[in-house]
Design a protein. Structure first.
Lengths: 319, 573
């Protein structure tokens, strides 16, 4: 030890031992709390105010969809609409006035939430289930099944969801309701989920932990259910959250065109369509359902964005 | 730039009290703390340390290539009379490339796949010199020729994917040296390459830099490489320098406890120790870990006592893959070609070879994860290839794998406890309570605290994950463990720890190991028998002592000579 400070001449330097105490090789840091991947994602989400804003909005939207009668005494349809009230301005109990048919606008918007949320949730659920199962099987078992499913997916891909739904809904005017509309949207929407799922399953399938499970003697179906699908779920959840918003838009578009939900079921799309007719006399009427639609869709799209950031830190880092 | 400043007495690079920090949500995290060292013109210096020690960060700070939120927070970097920390972006750009060259770590991802080689070399030359047009093109060919590529004229139009890893690294070295910099920073330049390729490239790099009088700053985790290629050594630990001086001196007589530990764990040294113990026990060194010495002796005795037969017998094993070549044409590729060897019970057999030698394919076939094309594998008297389904589960119980990548071999969504309990669950062993007890016992066996069972893989280091993988493999009380490059991705100290653990477990449980590795130094540490593979064939097969002391084949000899620092006497003055 000819020198005590590093970098002085060419001598030998040894750091004082007390300055850099040598710790045990590769000890587990027990001071940190154990945290799963999902737990990590939750921690990342709960730190963002935007998440809480979206969550609060969505909670309100869901409550309104479930119990619209809590918020208004008037009914949106049927006998409650009196043509004599047509385009009447706001009054006590009717904060947004009446539309051309004499229906209470506020009530229609509240009850319209139910259609939007039902179609959005149901279509997403169906598309995710169909697409998820098909994509997982195609990715995991490969071969002929994979080729068949991929080509089938391509065919559906070539038809825009909304166009396909227009065609199908037009040929079945007798049975238009939230459930049939959701099924139709899911039938044209599943290929996106299937593709995402297939890709994620392919990645997970080739990982070492799957090979380790094979070597442990786990059966193929149990590997698929126990290891591959849970690890492939994250991107699917992200896409599903985002597509929820797009399905709500699709419902509104179809109802606007008059081939979504029938006029007897309140729907924002339908209301926009009616308001269009009286745009010269009461331009504000188009504004109310459009705002409700925009806020709802935005809440779900933002939530999808936040979920993606939490589940995929790489996407967050790139920004 | 002040050309005259660099005389023999003033250092080319002088770093004083360098501090580098990364800004995170919880404030600035220091990565490099008070680092000072200097490099003389024409001198080679190596920074050695494990991952996270701050060695790469130090190098990146010199040429202002710190990733993300990294920032130099203190100290100075004096290069050729200029303080690099005070330069602005365009100032440092003039230094980069023309004055300080950089050879990155990963040759696979550091060349742009959409541009041809000629374009990428030319880009550097035009950025750093006045050469343009035909002159620049001529210089490109010169650079590639200097880098040791044959027929560089016709290679200009080739793309990176047409080059092997070694050739790409040559190109990167060529680019790094193309403007004749005074200093070349080589960040783990050969870690991703096979040993024989590594040796050729380092030799070539040595010749080039000596001819041009270029100083080289090596960043490496390999003590042997540092000892062989650099006169001066900086040992870093947790962002600080713990030892600095002549590399011969430090490695022969380490002073700081961390350096001592590092030198003791360097495989080439440890392997000598084991041989020494085996040959004459009185000379068992004080530096070698005690457990290792004992286990070797005990194991040797136990082996002689039992004198059991071969547990695994591989005969004329061949694996042919069909590679599709566009359309419906297929060509056969023989990955494993007529391989025969046997593994006596309770011993370790190592399969050694460079990438593409077929060693991992053999491992997968022994594990019955790949089908056999021809030949046979017999395990305990039964043919593995034709094992009926009913017996497959019991075969799986008795033969267990540990894979290479500690980051990929554990399901990220499962807690450690559930990962280790999985094999017990599959084979229906015990109830929930007894399984939990077994998990705790296994964790203890691999020296992890029992609270680890609640944790998830992303919270553990590579070495810890690999120990979890070992615990999972042990859960079913197997007889054979196939270790496929199980320690290759780990830092030297952690690697030594896992090897110690494996040796201990072998003694205690009478395990038989098939050890797949590219690292001959590790082989000497743990193996009883060695099979050297090359291009799908076994070229040499003997006991470890025979292979190391009197290799019969040129290829084996070449492999042995290529181990960095193989002839260097660590820890002995």
């Amino acid at each position: 030890m000819s020198s005590n400070t590093p970098g002085q001449g060419g001598g030998r330097y040894v750091a004082p031992i007390e300055e850099t105490p040598v710790v045990a090789v590769d000890a587990v840091d027990e001071s940190q709390k154990a945290q799963s991947v999902w737990g990590d994602a939750w921690q990342a989400m709960r730190k963002r105010w935007l998440f809480w804003l979206c969550a609060a909005l969505i909670a309100v939207i869901v409550v309104v969809a479930l119990f619209p009668q809590w918020f208004t005494a008037s009914l949106p349809t049927g006998g409650a609409c009196k043509i004599g009230q047509s385009l009447d301005p706001a009054s006590a109990g009717h904060p947004l006035g009446f539309d051309k048919q004499g229906c209470d606008v506020f009530s229609r918007i509240l009850y319209g939430t139910r259609s939007s949320v039902t179609v959005g949730l149901l279509a997403t659920l169906l598309a995710t289930l169909i697409g998820g199962i098909i994509g997982a099987l195609a990715g995991f078992y490969g071969g002929f099944l994979d080729s068949l499913v991929s080509r089938l997916g391509d065919i559906f891909f070539a038809i825009p969801t909304i166009l396909g739904a227009i065609i199908v809904m037009q040929v079945m005017p007798w049975d238009r309701n939230a459930i049939t509309l959701s099924i139709v949207l899911a039938v044209f929407g599943w290929p996106i989920i299937a593709r995402i799922m297939r890709g994620a399953v392919l990645t997970a399938k080739n990982s070492d932990y799957v090979m380790a499970s094979v070597a442990l003697g786990l059966s193929r179906s149990k590997i698929l259910l126990g290891h591959v699908i849970p690890n492939a779920l994250a991107p699917v959840i992200v896409i599903a959250t985002v597509s929820l918003g797009t399905y709500i838009v699709a419902e509104a578009s179809l109802s606007f065109l008059g081939i979504g939900l029938p006029p007897s079921i309140p729907s924002w799309g339908g209301d926009i369509s009616t308001a269009q007719g009286s745009i010269r006399q009461a331009p504000e009427l188009i504004f109310f359902p459009a705002t409700a639609l925009a806020i709802t869709v935005l809440a779900f799209l933002l939530l999808g964005d936040i979920v993606r950031d939490a589940l995929d830190p790489k996407a967050r880092a790139r920004r | 730039m002040s050309e005259n400043a660099a005389t023999a007495t003033t250092p080319l690079l002088q770093i004083t009290d360098l501090e580098v920090g990364f800004t995170t949500q919880s404030g600035v995290v220091p990565a490099v703390r008070g680092v000072s060292f200097s490099i003389m013109p024409g001198e080679n210096l190596a920074i050695v340390g494990e991952s996270g020690s701050g060695k790469s960060t130090t190098a990146q700070a010199i040429i202002d290539l710190l990733p993300g939120t990294g920032k130099v927070t203190g100290g100075s970097i004096l290069f050729d009379g200029t303080d690099l920390t005070t330069l602005n972006a365009s100032g440092i750009q003039r230094v980069r490339g023309s004055q300080i060259g950089y050879v990155p770590q990963d040759p696979m991802s550091n060349l742009n796949p959409v541009w041809n080689i000629g374009f990428q070399v030319r880009e550097t030359i035009e950025a750093n010199t006045q050469l343009r047009g035909q002159d620049a093109k001529k210089r490109v060919i010169e650079v590639l020729e200097e880098a040791g590529l044959s027929d560089p004229g016709s290679r200009l139009r080739q793309y990176p994917n047409q080059f092997s890893g070694g050739m790409r690294q040559r190109v990167l070295i060529g680019i790094g040296l193309s403007a004749r910099p005074k200093l070349l920073i080589a960040d783990e330049p050969t870690s991703a390459l096979d040993v024989t390729v590594q040796r050729r490239i380092l030799d070539h790099l040595g010749t080039l830099t000596r001819d041009y009088g270029t100083s080289v700053l090596f960043i490496t985790h390999d003590l042997g490489l540092a000892a062989e290629r650099a006169e001066k050594l900086v040992v870093m630990y947790k962002g600080k320098i713990v030892e600095y001086g002549s590399s011969q001196e430090i490695l022969a007589d380490p002073q700081h406890p961390y350096t001592k530990r590092l030198v003791a764990a360097a495989p080439s040294l440890a392997s000598r120790r084991i041989q020494a113990v085996r040959n004459d026990e009185e000379e068992s060194g004080a530096l070698a870990p005690v457990t290792r010495d004992i286990s070797i002796v005990e194991r040797a005795e136990a082996r002689e006592a039992s004198a059991a037969g071969d547990l695994i017998e591989v005969k004329n094993l061949t694996k042919v893959y069909q590679i599709r070549q566009g359309g419906f044409r297929k060509t056969d590729f023989t990955a494993v070609d007529d391989v025969s060897f046997s593994i006596p019970k309770g011993t370790t057999t190592a399969l050694v070879g460079e990438s593409g030698s077929g060693k991992s394919t053999v491992a997968k076939m022994v594990l019955k994860l790949e089908d056999i094309t021809s030949g046979s594998i017999t395990f305990d008297g039964k043919d593995v290839g034709t094992l009926p389904r009913s017996e497959l589960l019991s075969f799986r119980r008795r033969v267990q794998p540990v894979f290479q990548d500690p980051y990929g071999s554990l399901d990220p969504l499962r807690s450690i406890g559930s990962t280790i309990a999985e094999p017990l669950l599959i084979h229906g062993i015990g109830d929930a309570k007894s399984r939990r007890a077994t998990v705790r016992e296994l964790l203890e066996q691999v020296s992890l605290p029992s609270s680890t069972e609640l944790r998830y893989p992303n919270e553990l280091s590579g070495g810890q994950r690999q120990r979890v993988a070992v615990a999972r493999a042990l859960a079913l009380n197997p007889e054979v463990i196939v270790l496929d490059e199980a320690v290759s991705a780990l830092d030297v100290l952690v690697q030594g720890q896992v090897l110690d653990l494996l040796t201990k477990l072998q003694t205690e449980l009478g395990l038989t190991y098939l050890f797949i590795t590219h690292d001959l130094a590790v082989v000497r540490l743990v193996a009883d028998n060695v099979c050297v593979m090359r291009q799908g064939r076994i070229v040499e097969q003997a006991t470890t002592d025979e292979v190391f002391d009197s290799p019969k084949q040129d290829y084996t000899r070449e492999l042995l000579e290529a181990i960095p620092g193989g002839n260097f006497e660590f820890g002995r003055l």
